[in-house]
Design a protein around this ligand. Sequence first.
Ligand code: FDA
Length: 364
Amino acid sequence: MYDYLIVGSGLYGSTCAHELKKRGKKVLVVEKRAHIGGNIFTECQHKIHVHKYGAHIFHTNNKPIWDYINQFAEFNRYTNSPVANYEGRLFNLPFNMNTFYQLWGTRTPAEAERKIAEQQAILNGKTPSNLEEQAISLVGEDIYNILIKGYTEKQWGRPAKELPAFIIKRLPVRFTYDNNYFNDRYQGIPIGGYTQIIEKMLDGIDVRLNTDYFEHKLELDKLAKYHIYTGAIDQYYGYRFGKLEYRSLRFESELVETANFQGNAVINYTGNEVPYTRIIEHKHFDPVDTAVSIITKEYPAEWTEGMEPYYPINDEKNDSLYRQYKALTKNENKVFFGGRLAEYRYYDMHQVLGAALKDLKEMP
Ligand code: FDA
């Protein structure tokens, strides 16, 4: 008999497993995929650590969380500085003095601020009623048209005019020559990939791969006193109120016969001339000396049955559906729910780790 059955070996489930084992609990982890780690899984191919489910950069302002993750791997000093390619022209991201110079030739913060203010003025103080107006109100027309419009339309599969304004709450604009995407104090990539972190977390813990909880529910439910469920909340309750919606992604990876394909880990494609949103070149996350490289094109996709649900669509309809499911969890006294799928929210890694460590305080 186990104390805990944990459904899902992603960062949430694995953190719980690790901490519970330290408390002397007997834990069984079941994972429907053929590998551990959920979406942070990396696979070593040609000595390159490939981020199989999209680019993952660990960043946080929280020192205890940074120290916590560092016990499982040594992190490098990677700084995320994506570049945008718009119809062949290159711009630095996030929007900063380099970007403004590339767009307008402005050299000082005062010049750039004036230019942005001029461009915002076309809305005449109107309250933004869609994403396009919201973005223009925040950063003006040029940045919107060149760096936001195409990317966002590809991401959501709809014209920006038909998307709600709330999707963009803030757009970071920086009046310094600083291409560091994140403002967080701590940032890096684990040298040797993310999978080793999960391997260490799950060291000495029983794990069953290729095991879908729902296919073996009767047997598995009898094996443990408590459950931690990190799968989709609507599936747990048999979709009784309806299905929660997501956006998905399709990844196309390629081995290229060149040591350095694009000179940066992340290049965003912000125009509509190509259907993908980004090209990731994995070796720039965790540099290795190889004659070849591996790149991945990221294509946004409508989520349909059988696809991986990546981004929750947190509009009013889905959030209210989620609240109905969440209300059901209050009746459970032996099941704990956590992680991005059970909570139907986008979580960064430091957030999911923080949530797991907090939730563990309630677990006996
Ligand atoms: P996760 O989905 O990883 O784990 C859940 C596990 O449960 C999966 O392994 C799944 O197979 C399993 N499971 C589900 N149902 C099951 C069932 N019925 N039976 C058995 N197993 C089941 N964050 C960040 O900090 N920096 C970054 O750069 C990025 N980048 C990024 C890019 C992209 C494209 C995405 C989509 C996300 C990111 N993230 C990120 C977020 C990061 O991926 C996220 O925080 C964690 O992976 C969430 O971990 P969870 O354990 O919650 O879910």
